[in-house]
Design a protein around this ligand. Structure first.
Ligand SMILES: C[S@@+](CC[C@H](N)C(=O)[O-])C[C@H]1O[C@@H](n2cnc3c(N)ncnc32)[C@H](O)[C@@H]1O
Length: 230
């Protein structure tokens, strides 16, 4: 993991080292021939961690990203950066890029998936669509979801899928990166997810406070980072 992180940390994006370790540990548990699907790759920061772990165990990664235009994600120049980063990490034979929306890639997808990482578009509807990928998980496979408890869209989709529809079971988290498996949640599983809501409220309050420069609120919540919580 240390060598993988040294490589990934040069890549721009949104992934802490502790979150990278969680991805690494889950991917290293896979067996030869396994398939990882990543939704939302940006410049390849998380893809590099997943790809190096996959390379070590003989697995493959499918990275899905339409490289949306705009100041936030950078469009086609980000695709060029992604491809350069994957090549620099020696992962061209491990990582397959599908440069399209996850919803489009899901149409006609017919391969079993051993690990799913979701970090694409963060609105409620897209996250619900992205959770449709869990239909292809092999029994016991994990789904990791970034920004699970700092985004209104992601969190509301998770509440819907776990608490209302009972399709996923929340297992644990590293900061906002949460781990789920496909199982009907028990009452205790549901309470574990609901128990994260105060922390979610803190995180969205910080995001709002940052936008209106409410320094006393940020101090009171103990947030001293120049970034939104993730
Ligand atoms: C938060 S970034 C991903 C960060 C990346 N995982 C990392 O480690 O830095 C979100 C990405 O989702 C992509 N995206 C937006 N809409 C998408 C969609 N419908 N399907 C897949 N990816 C999408 C954006 O182009 C962007 O690159």
């Amino acid at each position: 993991m240390d060598a993988a992180w040294a490589r990934a940390d040069h890549v721009g994006g949104w992934l802490t080292q502790a979150q990278g370790r969680l991805l690494w540990d889950c991917a290293r548990d896979l067996t030869p021939g396994a398939r990882i699907v990543e939704i939302g790759s940006h410049q390849g920061r998380s893809t590099t961690v997943l790809g190096l772990a996959a390379q070590a165990v003989g697995a493959k990664v499918t990275a899905i990203d339409p490289f949306v235009e705009g100041a936030m994600f950078g469009g086609q120049s980000t695709r060029a950066t992604f491809e350069a980063n994957i090549a620099a990490a020696g992962l061209e034979d491990v990582v397959e890029l599908l440069p399209m929306k996850s919803q489009d890639a899901l149409v006609g997808w017919d391969q079993p998936i051993d690990l799913l990482y979701i970090d694409g578009k963060h609105d409620y509807w897209t996250v619900v669509d992205d959770l449709g990928w869990t239909e292809h998980l092999v029994p016991g496979a994990l789904t990791l979801i970034h920004d699970s408890f700092c985004s209104i869209g992601v969190t509301s989709a998770l509440l819907d899928q776990v608490l209302v529809r009972g399709r996923l079971r929340y297992l644990r988290r590293e900061t906002t990166m949460a781990v789920f498996d496909r199982a009907v949640p028990t009452g205790a599983d549901r309470r574990r997810l609901a128990g994260e809501l105060p922390w979610f409220t803190r995180n969205v309050t910080i995001k709002a406070a940052r936008r209106v420069h409410a320094a006393p609120v940020l101090r009171a919540l103990g947030h001293d980072s120049p970034y939104d919580p993730y």
